[in-house]
Design a protein. Structure first.
Ligand code: ADP
Ligand code: MG
Ligand code: MG
Ligand code: MG
Ligand code: MG
Ligand code: MG
Length: 693
């Protein structure tokens, strides 16, 4: 979750005094970055995933699955192990990175170094994820397991749900009625962020999610479990809506897990194209990965986490939300700082001005300054929009920076604008280039699924570049898709705005294998009409310039509502579907049949999620709850149901472990030991003893 430097955080009053200072120097730092990196060209396609976990502690006697708050100890132990391993492991993939996350029950892992564009690397993603999970597992107590659940079903429900247990009475930084502050990671940055978001806003951040109306759910539903007697902070009063699950406190959002992917581009232009192309993909992938139907012990009528995050990180004041006339604040800001993207930024001619059709307030002074420094208008507006926000955490030791050598103030705002897609400039003093991060996906229960979505998006990103695909639809339609994506069962029941023709003008559908006879350039933009035969995922540039745009089609005619199946499997003569595009891209690579078979397992998962023949994680969880013998069809997800759900999720992992790659087996044999975790059921113990024999 961004910068984690040590230091002394300023109070909110002090922080706001330095807001202009941070913005001014942040932009100076950005200009220095741009100056150094704008002509940077030729970076390879490198990419990586981030996976977030919750550590669950099972109490088999009382049938309780609790959140374990041992993050600090676990991380210390993980990092010691990594340091030891680094001393003798030459393969960086054997030494993944583990990071803290906002809640003390959370961990994040990333691969030890980014994946390259080789097919071998593509096919190692799943075992890499397995390896990281098992690595964590080996550092936990015997009753604990890491699970990749997007939202913990009973977070904030009454009763003991953390180990050790802390009372939410008197929660200070978070002012939450439901959650003890001890759940927040002890790092000062997180505590300060919590206090300052609330202070800036002027009251508690909160969210009301519609309750899932089951057969026996009381109507109207007035939540009897809200601990009003704990009303330390009267602001909670009156904000809990009936027929909703009320959640107050940033942790309800910040305590969710997700799957993020970062892709390096060969230069800034390619990164801007990739950023724009992934913007319309963000809601589509959110719907497809939906995995969070249960909140604070209730089934909700949504399947995704995003609106909770949006609400919990919304530091806008009443004035900024347009609910009071502007006095103290300068702008009415339509979106939370955790929200979908505000504007497209590519200078490609495909990016018509009409697509940026929502109100994006921006800092005029910063905009003018950037434009005067020669930065084009779109990028200037993007930064001036990011910089409309205030810094939330400032450490006293970091106020004065050498703007040529530091990107600290820039990152302060950059990394606290949590949009669905992030445009990441090259960090200073690092070999890393221009990157784009897709941040909307929900984490899946198994690494097979996480790998499938990672591999699919990696391939799609290459297809976008190779075929010069155009995914543009107006941003207002992307926003509409964001809200549709989160509805219950959106994948099967929802329709989404999508572009009718994503291929460059004059191009035949890539699912057709014969090259177009018309026109001088090849159908897919390859100079000699032959795709490059290379078993490697490549950057797209230099691209063959696309033919000039035909006489304008009105923007409203460029897109239509499609089902998820149509978006993925195609519609009509012109749209081959995202899977058709990925398959066409795969056809251009020199992959052997067994590699292709392995990739097709992942592509098939995506296909089957999209056509509804496989349940999303959210639907699976909902059905699990509704078919549990003790469920009363009243939307309540009890401690026992939650326990059984977590056990089922853990058993899924144990089952998949049987299929672990040889890579892992060798690795564990060399270590000479396996942790004895609760999940080492007789079946797993048998596998484990085989390995270590
Ligand atoms: P953040 O939390 O800021 O989004 P992380 O450092 O947690 O970022 O994760 C960054 C991801 O980017 C990791 O998966 C990492 O492997 C990947 N990565 C690292 N270097 C590069 C690079 N040069 N190009 C693309 N991806 C990279
Ligand atoms: Mg994270
Ligand atoms: Mg990260
Ligand atoms: Mg980070
Ligand atoms: Mg690393
Ligand atoms: Mg990230």
């Amino acid at each position: 979750m961004g910068l984690l430097c040590l230091g002394t955080p300023l109070t909110w009053d002090e922080t706001s005094k330095y807001a202009d200072h941070v913005r001014e120097h942040g932009i100076t730092q950005f200009l220095h970055i741009l100056d150094r990196a704008k002509d940077r060209h030729g970076d390879d396609f490198l990419w990586g995933d981030e996976i977030e976990y919750m550590v669950i502690a099972f109490d088999d006697e009382t049938k309780n699955a609790k959140l374990s708050l041992r993050q600090t100890k676990i991380l210390a132990s993980l990092n010691k192990s990594i340091t030891d391993l680094k001393a003798d492991a030459s393969d960086p993939m054997l030494t993944p990175d583990f990071h803290a996350e906002y809640a003390r029950y959370m961990l994040e892992s990333t691969p030890g170094s980014p994946y390259t564009g080789s097919i071998q690397d593509l096919l190692s993603v799943e075992s890499n994820m397995h390896y990281r999970r098992l690595f964590i597992r080996r550092h936990l107590n015997t009753n604990q397991v890491p699970v990749t659940v997007t939202s913990f079903p009973r977070l904030g429900a009454p009763g003991i749900f953390t180990e050790p247990h802390f009372s939410p009475d008197g929660a200070k930084p978070s002012h939450s009625l439901f959650l003890p502050d001890e759940v927040i990671s002890p790092h000062e940055r997180y505590i300060t962020l919590t206090t300052n978001i609330r202070s800036r806003k002027g009251h508690q951040v909160s969210v009301n999610l519609p309750i899932f109306n089951d057969d026996e759910t009381p109507r109207p539903f007035v939540d009897p479990t809200i601990p009003w007697q704990r009303s330390l902070h009267p602001v909670d009063n009156g904000v809990a809506l009936k027929d909703h699950i009320y959640m107050g406190g940033i942790l309800f959002g910040a305590g969710c897990c997700c799957l993020q992917l970062t892709f390096q581009s060969c230069n800034i232009e390619e990164a801007r194209c990739m950023y724009d192309a992934l913007i319309p993909m963000a809601p589509i992938m959110l719907a497809l990965t939906a995995a969070s139907p249960i909140w604070r012990g209730y089934l909700s009528d949504v399947d995704c986490r995003w609106s909770v995050l949006s609400g919990c990180f919304d530091d806008r004041t009443a004035e900024e939300m347009g609910r009071a006339p502007l006095r103290e604040n300068k702008y009415v800001i339509p979106k939370s700082r955790y929200d979908s993207v505000g504007l497209y930024i590519s200078t490609d001619w495909n990016n018509k001005a009409a697509y940026n059709d929502i109100n994006v307030p921006y800092n005029q002074e910063i905009y003018t300054r950037l434009v005067n420094q020669g930065v084009d208008k779109l990028l200037s507006k993007h930064m001036a929009y990011i910089f409309i926000r205030d810094p939330l955490v400032i450490l006293s030791e970091t106020i004065d920076q050498d703007d040529e050598a530091s990107n600290y103030h820039f990152e302060n705002l950059q990394s606290t604008n949590w949009q669905t897609v992030r445009f990441k400039p090259p960090p200073l003093q690092s070999p890393i280039g221009w990157r784009v991060e897709l941040r909307s996906m929900e984490v899946q229960l198994t690494d097979f699924e996480n790998a499938a979505f990672a591999v699919f998006i990696a391939l799609l990103s290459r297809a976008i570049l190779a075929f010069n695909l155009n995914f543009y639809i107006p941003i207002s339609k992307v926003d509409e898709n964001m809200s549709r994506a989160q509805k219950r069962d959106a994948v099967r029941q929802g329709k989404f705005f999508f572009r009718k023709n994503v291929l460059p003008p004059g191009c035949i559908s890539p699912t057709m294998t014969t090259p177009s006879s018309s026109g001088s350039s090849s159908p897919l933009g390859w100079q000699d009409g032959n795709p490059p035969k290379e078993a490697k995922l490549r950057n797209g540039f230099p691209r063959v310039p696309p033919p000039p745009m035909p006489v304008d089609t009105p923007v409203e005619d460029e897109y239509e509502e499609m089902s998820m199946e149509e978006i993925f499997s195609g519609k009509g003569a012109t749209f081959p579907g995202l899977l058709g595009l990925v398959e066409a891209y795969l056809d251009t690579l020199d992959i052997n049949p067994s590699e292709r078979l392995q990739i097709s397992k992942y592509v098939d998962l995506v296909r089957r999620r999209a056509n509804g023949s496989l349940l999303t994680t959210a639907s699976w969880m909902r059905e699990f709850v509704r078919s549990h013998p003790s469920y009363k069809f009243d939307s309540v997800v009890s401690q026992e149901i939650n326990y059984d759900l977590m056990v089922a999720i853990d058993e899924m992992y144990v089952f998949l472990l049987e299929e672990l790659s040889a890579f892992l087996t060798v690795r564990l044999q060399r270590e000479g030991r396996l942790a004895c975790s609760r999940a080492f059921t007789p079946r797993l113990r048998a596998i484990a003893s085989e390995w270590t024999a």
